[in-house]
Design a protein around this ligand. Structure first.
Ligand SMILES: N[C@@H](CCC[C@H](N)C(=O)O)C(=O)O
Length: 283
């Protein structure tokens, strides 16, 4: 067995899993096809997102690094909440710091250590204007009708990446595998979209399931949980403040005061194993 190749770390946040490569030490110019091969659960390492820790970019003064993100289909995306916590954890460890700023395509994000080994990320403001999400045409983003149940009265929101949230009686009963691809590719979303179904539980938490753009059903989606909390608060279903969103992989706490206030996401990080990319994954 050889260790030659590009080192990676397999991490996850609530089961939303990542291959994390530090391209500051091991420069790597990946094509979409290579990224998709690495993400493939049979022919590659397997992950929902491939994440690169890159040198900081001048556009984000004071940032420790730039975080590149690709979905399992190989496509580049703007934001990933769960991966942000994982990368922030590594960089805070590296610097012996309690806080770190990362650049992303969605803008800068600031992470801090929280109690019980959790990481909190200021994900910036939610974007609720139709053009910022973006939608293909002007619509009221609080009541979007995609013409497909249960997304006939949904909420569209951007957390740097596009989301559409449907409130349902029981999120467990939605055929997400059937409906997910239809919503992801709906003509109203020129950049495609992440789709969440959510129901309110008797204990006051929100139960959410997600179909991720470019990855399908995942156990958790940090930006999705932020979008769900924002949608619920905008709709008046939850009070502004801390909201617990329960995903397949477990809970995230999302704190939003409303309006232009930043959306704060708190949750766990984990490393599963480390290894090296080589062979057919790099050719
Ligand atoms: N799992 C992520 C989101 C990853 C990107 C998303 N699939 C997209 O295409 O926008 C998260 O934790 O936020």
């Amino acid at each position: 067995m050889t260790d030659a190749g590009v080192p990676f770390r397999k991490m996850h946040g609530l089961g939303n899993d990542f291959v994390v490569v530090d391209t500051r030490t091991h420069p790597l110019a990946l094509t979409d096809a290579q990224a998709a091969r690495i993400a493939d659960r049979r022919a590659g390492v397997g992950c929902d997102q491939l994440v690169t820790i890159e040198p900081p970019r001048p556009a984000y003064p004071g940032s420790a690094a730039f975080m590149g993100i690709r979905n399992a289909d190989g496509g580049v995306v703007e934001a990933c909440g769960n991966a942000t916590r994982c990368v922030a954890h590594l960089l805070m460890d590296e610097a012996g710091a309690e806080t770190v700023t990362l650049g992303t395509l969605a803008g800068p994000v600031v992470a801090t250590r929280a109690a019980d080994g959790l990481v909190r990320v200021d994900m910036g403001p939610a974007r609720t204007d139709w053009a910022a999400i973006p939608l293909a045409e002007a619509r009221d983003t609080l009541h979007v009708n995609l013409g497909v149940a249960p997304f006939s009265d949904a909420v569209a929101v951007s957390m740097g990446n596009p989301h559409v949230v449907a409130f349902v009686e029981n999120a467990e009963r939605v055929d997400l595998r059937g409906i997910g691809p239809v919503i992801e590719h709906h003509a109203l979303f020129p950049n495609r979209v992440n789709a969440e179904v959510v129901s309110r539980r008797p204990d006051g938490t929100l139960r959410m399931r997600v179909w991720e753009r470019g990855a399908g059903i995942t156990r958790a989606c940090g930006t999705g949980a932020c979008a769900v909390a924002v949608a619920a608060i905008r709709r008046g279903l939850m009070l502004p403040g801390a909201v617990t969103v329960v995903l397949d992989g477990g809970p995230l706490v999302i704190d939003w005061a409303g309006g232009d206030a930043p959306v704060l996401m708190t949750g766990p990080v984990a490393t599963a194993f480390t290894g090296h990319l080589n062979g057919s994954l790099l050719s």
